[in-house]
Design a protein around this ligand. Structure first.
Ligand code: FMN
Length: 171
């Protein structure tokens, strides 16, 4: 497996921040205490804030992966070409119930800069959590939108991550 560093100012030439997640999904992966967990995600924002390159993800409180992000303060975002079956599996099975779900998905973990990603991935972003905050129901200006988005009131925690590095994964 080869890695090619991506100049962060060119990142959106590789990953379209509007359509990438919705059309292809991606994995949020974190490691803590020698274990790795992941979830499939469809929401994220990418941009500049606080003079930093930022990726923000929205993780519901019941996700097992959340514990790994909270413990390590780091997460990776891995984007794929294809592999929808594996991403579908990882998005419907919790590591709390299936601790070896990554192995069962057929994807292969690898470590880069001490952080987890996948040999099958196309692009990976390495993020350090700068800020995290639970979304609050009372902050939605339109209560109907809050109810439609979070019918079970499991409001996500938003994790604003500084993108420290990004790579294209080749082969
Ligand atoms: C297409 C898709 C998008 C998803 N997006 C998110 C998301 O943005 N945030 C989230 O918390 N869960 C999201 N999920 C649900 C998690 O991937 C799913 O609950 C997963 O099993 C959690 O695994 P874990 O408990 O091992 O962390 C999504 C699932 C799918 C299939």
């Amino acid at each position: 497996m080869e890695l090619k560093a991506i100049d962060l100012s060119e990142l959106t030439k590789k990953i379209d921040p509007i359509v990438a997640a919705r059309n292809n999904w991606y994995l949020v992966t974190a490691a803590a205490e020698g274990k790795v967990n992941t979830l499939t995600a469809g929401w994220f924002t990418l941009g500049n804030n606080w003079e930093k390159k930022i990726a923000t993800v929205f993780i519901r409180p019941q996700r097992h992966t959340k514990k790994f992000i909270d413990a390590s303060g780091r997460f990776t975002l891995t984007f794929f070409d294809g592999h929808q079956d594996a991403l579908g599996y990882l998005g419907t099975h919790s590591g709390a119930d299936v601790p070896d779900k990554i192995e069962k998905s057929g994807l292969h973990l690898t470590e880069v800069d001490g952080l987890p990603t996948y040999t099958e991935g196309r692009y990976v972003l390495f993020c350090k959590v700068l800020y995290s905050q639970p979304i609050e129901e009372k902050c939605f200006l339109d209560p109907a939108f809050a109810t439609a988005t979070y019918p079970d009131k499991d409001f996500s925690v938003q994790y604003v991550g500084e993108i420290e590095a990004a790579y294209e994964i080749i082969g």
